[in-house]
Design a protein around this ligand. Structure first.
Ligand code: NAP
Length: 211
C-alpha cells in the first residue's frame, strides 16, 4: 500500500518505520522537509515532502501532528485526503501542564477532536487509531499478555477495515467502538495512558480488552 503521513515527530517517524518494515511505500509530510533529510537517509525507500505531497501520495493517510494543528495540517493537505482512509493518531492536548499527572484537553467529553475534523473535512474517511499508546510501543510491541488492543472508531466501515488490516500487521488486535462520536471516549484514553508516565516514569504499557 502507499501510505502518506502528515507529520515529522516521533509518531510519524515510528509509524513510517513500521510501514516500511512491512513493505508499504511511505512518504512523510512536513512544513520543513529539510529537517527529515538525516532520517530519510537512514530509512531506505522513505520519501519526504510537504503535507500536500504526502496526502496526494497515500492511498491511506495518517494524521500525526500536534493536536492543535490537526485542522491546519488537513487544510494544507488539500484535495489529497478526499475519499481516503485518514488514520487520526492525534490527541487534543492543551498547552497547559498536567494536574497531578492528568493531561488537559482543549475538547470536551461531548465533542472530540475527531468529530470536529470529520465535520470540517467530510470528504476524508477518518478513523481514530494509535492515539492511546506511546510511540515506542506502536509497531509490533511484545507483551507477556499477548497482543494489545487498539480502540478505533469512525463513520466508514470500509476505512475501518483497511485500518484494522494495518493494525493486524503492526501487531495489534482491533476493538471497533463504532461511529465518530466514540472518539469522545477513545481520545481520553491518552490521558489515562500518560498518568503512570507522569507519576512514575512508566511509559511502556498498552491497553488490552479482555472478553
Ligand atoms: N508521542 C507519542 O508517543 C504519541 C502517542 C500517541 C499519540 N500521539 C499524538 O500524535 C501526534 C503527534 O505526536 P508527536 O509526539 O509525534 O509530535 P508533536 O510534537 O505533537 O507534533 C509534531 C508535528 O506537528 C506539526 N505541527 C506543529 N505545529 C503545527 C502547525 N502550526 N501547523 C501544522 N503542523 C504543525 C509539526 O509539523 P512540521 O513537521 O511541519 O514541523 C510536526 O509534524 C500528537 O497529536 C500526539 O498527541 C503522540
Amino acid at each position: 500500500m502507499k501510505i502518506g503521513i502528515l507529520g515529522s515527530g516521533e509518531v510519524a517517524k515510528v509509524l513510517a518505520g513500521g510501514f516500511l518494515k512491512h513493505d508499504h511505500e511511505t512518504m512523510l509530510g512536513t512544513r520543513e522537509p529539510a529537517k527529515l533529510s538525516g532520517w530519510a537517509k537512514e530509512h531506505r525507500g522513505a520519501k519526504v515532502g510537504s503535507f500536500r505531497d504526502a496526502a496526494a501520495f497515500g492511498e491511506v493517510v495518517v494524521l500525526a501532528v500536534k493536536g492543535s494543528a490537526a485542522a491546519d495540517a488537513l487544510r494544507a493537505a488539500g484535495a489529497g485526503i478526499a475519499g481516503k482512509p485518514v488514520i487520526d493518531a492525534t490527541n487534543p492536548i492543551a498547552d497547559a501542564p498536567p494536574a497531578n499527572g492528568v493531561l488537559k484537553f482543549f475538547t470536551s467529553l461531548d465533542e472530540s477532536s475527531m468529530e470536529r475534523l470529520q465535520r470540517e473535512f467530510p470528504e476524508a474517511r477518518l478513523v481514530k487509531a494509535f492515539n492511546s499508546v506511546g510511540s515506542a510501543r506502536m509497531v509490533n510491541p511484545k507483551f507477556a499478555g499477548g497482543r494489545p488492543t487498539m480502540f478505533i472508531c469512525g463513520r466508514d466501515d470500509a476505512a475501518k477495515k483497511t485500518v484494522a488490516g494495518i493494525l493486524d500487521q503492526l501487531g495489534w488486535e482491533t476493538a471497533d467502538m463504532g461511529g465518530v462520536e466514540a472518539a469522545r471516549a477513545i481520545e481520553p484514553l491518552c490521558i489515562l495512558w500518560c498518568i503512570p508516565g507522569f507519576l512514575r516514569n512508566e511509559w511502556t504499557h498498552a491497553f488490552k480488552l479482555l472478553r
